[in-house]
Design a protein around this ligand. Structure first.
Ligand code: CAA
Length: 389
């Protein structure tokens, strides 16, 4: 009998600040319905000057270490597409901030928003080799588009940390996976840019093609049928995209696209992404957190996941919810991570968007803005300096 492997614990963090879409709409003259209904976004998380993917990642992972200890973690996989260094893995800073054991491998993984799903699958492979070990998978991203561009309304930032191990307390991840890769230029960020480039309509079409391709392969690999899933968790660059994707999947399989049925299948996965915005690699796992936190008892039920990363790679896979999972949820902490953010006005958001760390090699302190447990204190001799409170 094969052993059960999956997500044992899940925790997330987001930023110090939040910009309501009403403020963006007021600034650029957009009818608010386009944001609230058209793309399905209420607000976006905005990082403080002393926050980045590392501080969010450490904040997300700390409660997992506090609850589960660190002695079994021999691998940390840090998935991101907003990396802070071309050589050093962001996870090494997190390893240090959390005081993890030195007998540990730490690596960074990238394929746009898909990276965390690759990390999860690689982690499962490691645990299968030695079920006594656990892998800390972290997805952390800041989504940033050019000011005044169409993508601006879909920005956001968050980190999700997941402990992957045998006999998981939350979700058993199953085989098979449906896989899909196609070389498309729908969304990308050259090394010399701090904001992403995107062909909006092309990216939506590429996502839908990837849903179709990943599902086709999933079916060919003898995966579950659509009717077996209690819910579907999609990557959510904006929450409306999950609805487009599910409608496409239903159409592709010859099903009616009943509005209420679609709402029932994924409505509860959008609550956190709706107010956080796009968190790239973390987005699909924020969807899982929202579902588990809100749904009636899902014990023994299967959940379908569609992870999409522009460029593009996608994977459809399933997980079954484990008995007793509700006692392990972090619903209150999750809601607090969202509620604790301070609302900023448009001018402050714009200032934060334009803020960049000095690159002259000097000794520079960052403004003290975040009140979270970890902060980016500054940069000195091109080295980022982090501190734990
Ligand atoms: N009330 C209600 N709805 C309204 C409205 C109003 N007053 N005004 C407009 N809308 C609707 C439109 O009808 C449209 O709905 P449909 O898509 O259902 O037709 C929706 O609001 C958006 O309107 P537009 O298409 O006119 O918006 P836009 O051209 O400004 O851009 C976008 C939308 C392409 C998503 C843009 O925000 C963008 O480029 N975002 C970044 C790219 C992205 O997120 N792509 C998603 C797939 S790629 C991916 O998933 C990877 C990733 O994370 C980036």
């Amino acid at each position: 009998m094969s052993i059960s492997i999956g997500i044992h614990d899940l925790s997330f963090a987001t930023t110090e600040f939040v910009l309501p879409h009403t403020a963006l709409a007021e600034y650029n003259g957009t009818e608010i319905g386009k944001y609230h209904v058209g793309i399905g976004q209420q607000s976006m998380s905005v990082p403080a000057a002393d926050e980045d993917i590392v501080t969010m990642a450490a904040t997300a992972a700390r409660p997992i270490i506090e609850r589960n200890g660190k002695s079994r973690i021999r691998t940390v996989v840090f998935a991101t597409e907003s990396s802070i260094d071309q050589a050093k893995a962001g996870g090494v800073y997190v390893h240090s901030l959390l005081g993890l054991e030195s007998a540990c491998r730490v690596v960074e993984l990238k394929q746009a928003c898909y990276g965390a799903t690759a990390a999860l699958q690689f982690a499962i492979g490691l645990v299968r080799r030695d079920p006594a070990q656990q892998v800390l998978v972290i997805a952390s991203d800041v989504s940033k588009y050019e000011l005044d561009s169409p993508g601006e309304a879909t920005q956001g930032a968050a980190a999700v940390a997941m402990l992957v191990g045998a006999d998981p307390a939350l979700l058993r991840i199953e085989e098979p996976s449906g896989l899909f890769t196609a070389d498309v230029m729908d969304f990308w960020r050259p090394n010399y840019l701090t904001t992403a480039l995107v062909d909006g309509q092309e990216s939506i079409n590429a996502y839908l093609q990837a849903v179709e391709g990943a599902w086709k392969d999933y079916a060919e690999q003898d995966g579950r049928s659509l009717e077996e899933f209690a819910a579907f968790v999609y990557h959510q660059p904006f929450t409306k995209m999950a609805y487009k994707a599910h409608r496409h999947l239903l159409n592709f399989n010859g099903y009616d696209t009943d509005k209420d049925a679609i709402e029932g299948a994924l409505g509860q996965t959008t609550a956190y992404n709706n107010v956080i915005g796009n968190s790239y690699t973390a987005s699909v796992y924020l969807g899982l957190a929202a579902l588990l936190d809100q749904a009636d008892d899902l014990t023994g039920r299967s959940i379908g996941f569609l992870s999409y990363g522009s460029g593009s790679v996608a994977e459809f896979f399933s997980g079954t919810v484990v008995a007793g999972y509700r006692e392990r949820l972090r619903t209150e902490a999750n809601q607090e991570a969202i509620a604790r953010r301070k609302s900023v006005d448009y001018a402050t958001y714009r200032e934060l968007h334009e803020y960049t760390l000095p690159s002259d090699g000097g000794d520079h302190a960052t403004p003290v803005q975040t009140t979270g447990p970890f902060r980016l204190a500054g940069i000195n001799d091109h080295k980022r300096i982090y501190e734990a409170r």
